[in-house]
Every structure is written in structure tokens, then in C-alpha cells.
Design a protein around this ligand. Structure first.
Ligand code: NDP
Length: 339
């Protein structure tokens, strides 16, 4: 059985979707109540592969909200993630994806040193960040979008915002070594980590966001910002493709301007309907078939019987692992969302 640990993107989002799902009492909760809520299994999932295989899973809502990363609530955020992982393990789930900020909290606060949760010793082999599949899907979206919008690969400039992150660094590695793109711009805040990345890639220019955006034909957004930012489309090239892989979204509002195309980054489309309700909460266009690539990774690991932490740690995603998960992704009927 596979599992997905998820969370909503803000208190306002949480209040809206709980009301839409008919949980009127949760819609009244303020942040304090969300802070005290224990994890819950809120959905049962059946996914069918195009091979005919069937996998079953559970969705664990952690009740974490990004607002908890501010100031005095860090301990609450940590507790939310550890409790959700313990809940998944207690229910016998073999492989669980740590969606959105779950894996970021795990890494940023070194939770691998805190694996004892009451009477449960967390077995990290039962968890995957899902970031290998996410990075693979984003790279495929970059390549497909260039073809769709007539951007020539070898002359294209791609800016990766969040380049030094787990997903961002994997995307940079793939683009630098596998795709023959013209220029790679590396955007993040910490200069040392940027210099280390540039050194390991052997290419790419480190650039601040305001300088990089007007130069880019394609911008990949994979930062860990807890709130989106707005962009002035007048400063972008035409055509320009914005691939927003953040959760919460890195772009606060959809940029609407002729020649600027925004893609739902790190999202896959399945060939068959998935039996679940939960993707309705993520504002997907087709919630029966569209899902986050990290969630799809745990489905793939279950379908393949690879009950192991396929994606783990930070900034160590190998191109070979991206190819391997990409192969089984196609085999089971998932494809990058390009529309
Ligand atoms: P990491 O924490 O590993 O990396 C975050 C990156 O963002 C770092 O390079 C960080 O560098 C940079 N960053 C943070 N804030 C800013 C800022 N204000 N301006 C510029 N750069 C910034 O995160 P992950 O790679 O694990 O995840 C990235 C995003 O992808 C998250 O939003 C996450 O929720 C989402 N995600 C999506 C998935 C999907 O299936 N679609 C799956 C998993 C995650 P620095 O701090 O130096 O600036």
C-alpha cells in the first residue's frame, strides 16, 4: 500500500476547501486549532496502471500549514510532520510520499535525528520525498514547452529559481548534462551554495532574480517560498514559458500577457481516472487525472514493488535515478502536464 502525506497551502486555502468538502466545522478553525489537530487519514485511493496493475493507498492530512513556519510555531511544524509520518507507518503503509513542505521541514530541521515518535521508531525506508520524479517531470515539461512554443533548445536561456534546492539542483544537473540548452541561469539567495552548485555543474551563471527574469526564455520556479510573488510581465521575453513547480505556487497570480505561458510545474496527467477525492483540494483542472509528481512517485514505487526511500536527503538526485523513475512513469501511464 502507498501513502501520501499532504497539506494545504495557507489558512485561507484550508478554510475554503474544508467548506467546499462539507466540513463546515473545520472551516471555522483558526491557526491555533489547526496547530493542535492530529493527523488524519482523509482519503482512500485506488490507482490503475495502463499495465492492468492496481495499487491502493491512503492520504494522510498532516494539518501542517506554511504559516506555522513563522516565528514561535516551528516546533508545531516539526511535530506535524513527524506525527503524520508516524500515523502513516502505524497504518502499515509501505511507501509514503512527503508532499510539498513535508520534506522541506524534514530536511531544514534535521528530523532524521528525531525519528522516535512516542512508541514508534520511524523507518525512513518507508518514505520518499518524491523529488526525483518531480525533477524528471519538470525537465520533460521544459523540453516539451520549448517545442510547443517554438523556442530553440540550443539557443534557449533557462533560469532556475530555487536552483540550489533538492528539485532545482536536479533540474540544473539534467539541463546542464542531458539537454543541450544554450544558457543556464542559477537563481537562489545563498551565494556559497550557488557557487558550489556552479562548480559541480561546470557551467551556468549565478544571477539575481531581477537580472535573470528578463533574460530567460523559460523560467523554472522551484523555490521554498511560503507565499507566491507577483511578476511584471512587461519585464519578460516573448515568448516566455513560466513553469511553476512550487507548492504553494511561486507565482501569486497567473501572469496573463500575450506570449507568456504558465505551466503547472511538477504535475502529471494519468491515462486513467484515479479513484480519490483529494486532488479537488489542489485546484487541479482535472482532479481525477492530474496530480503532483511526488505523489505519483509513491504510486510508482508501490506498482513496481520498490518499497524503499527512492528519493531521500538533499541535493543528491542522480540523472540515472531520474531516468529510472521516468521509465516506470511512462510504463504505468503517467505523462508530464503540458497544457
Ligand atoms: P528546497 O528547500 O530543497 O529548495 C528551495 C530552493 O529555493 C533553494 O534553492 C532556496 O535557496 C531557494 N529559495 C527559497 N526562498 C527563495 C527566495 N525567496 N528567492 C529565491 N530562491 C529562494 O525545496 P525543494 O526543492 O524540496 O522544493 C521546492 C518547491 O517544490 C517547494 O515549493 C515544494 O513544495 C515544491 N514541491 C513540488 C512537488 C510536486 O510534486 N510538484 C513535490 C515536492 C515539492 P536559498 O534559501 O539560498 O534562497
Amino acid at each position: 500500500m502507498f501513502g501520501l502525506i499532504g497539506h494545504l497551502t495557507s489558512l485561507a486555502h484550508a478554510q475554503r476547501v474544508t467548506r467546499e468538502l462539507g466540513y463546515e466545522e473545520y472551516a471555522e478553525w483558526d491557526l491555533e486549532v489547526w496547530c493542535s489537530a492530529p493527523p488524519q487519514i482523509v482519503d482512500e485511493i485506488t490507482v490503475r496502471s495502463i499495465t492492468g496493475q492496481v495499487a491502493r493507498g491512503l492520504y494522510v492530512e498532516s494539518f501542517f500549514l506554511p504559516e506555522m513556519l513563522a516565528g514561535s510555531r516551528i516546533k508545531t511544524a516539526i511535530r506535524k510532520i513527524l506525527n503524520a509520518m508516524a500515523h502513516a507507518q502505524k497504518h502499515g503503509i509501505d511507501i509514503t510520499a512527503l508532499g510539498g513542505f513535508s520534506s522541506i521541514v524534514f530536511e531544514n530541521f534535521n528530523l532524521s535525528q528525531m525519528l522516535r515518535v512516542r512508541n514508534i521508531e520511524l523507518d525512513i525506508h518507508r518514505f520518499t520525498t518524491g523529488n526525483t520524479h518531480t525533477a524528471y517531470i519538470i525537465c520533460r515539461q521544459v523540453e516539451a514547452a520549448m517545442v510547443k512554443y517554438g523556442i530553440e533548445l540550443t539557443k534557449a536561456t533557462v533560469a532556475v529559481c530555487g536552483a540550489t534546492g533538492d528539485i532545482g539542483s536536479a533540474v540544473c544537473r539534467w539541463l546542464a548534462q542531458r539537454s543541450e540548452i544554450g544558457e543556464l541561469l542559477l537563481v537562489a539567495r545563498d551565494p556559497q551554495r550557488l557557487a558550489d552548485l556552479q562548480g559541480s555543474l561546470g557551467r551556468g551563471q549565478v544571477m539575481a532574480m531581477p537580472e535573470a527574469l528578463p533574460k530567460a526564455d523559460v523560467v523554472v520556479w522551484v523555490t521554498s517560498m511560503t507565499q507566491g510573488m507577483s511578476l511584471n510581465p512587461a519585464e519578460l521575453r516573448r515568448p516566455c514559458v513560466l513553469i511553476d513547480g512550487g507548492y504553494p505556487k511561486n507565482l501569486a497570480t497567473q501572469v496573463q500577457a500575450p506570449g507568456v505561458y504558465v505551466l503547472n510545474g511538477g504535475v502529471v496527467e494519468h491515462s486513467l481516472d484515479i479513484d480519490w477525492r483529494i486532488m479537488k483540494t489542489a485546484d487541479m483542472l482535472n482532479p481525477a487525472r492530474h496530480l503532483f509528481a511526488c505523489f505519483a512517485e509513491s504510486m510508482l514505487l508501490e506498482l513496481e514493488g520498490w518499497h524503499t526511500n527512492f528519493s531521500w536527503g538533499r541535493n543528491n538526485i542522480a540523472i540515472e535515478s531520474m531516468e529510472k523513475i521516468g521509465e516506470v512513469s511512462q510504463k504505468h501511464g503517467f505523462r508530464p502536464l503540458i497544457a
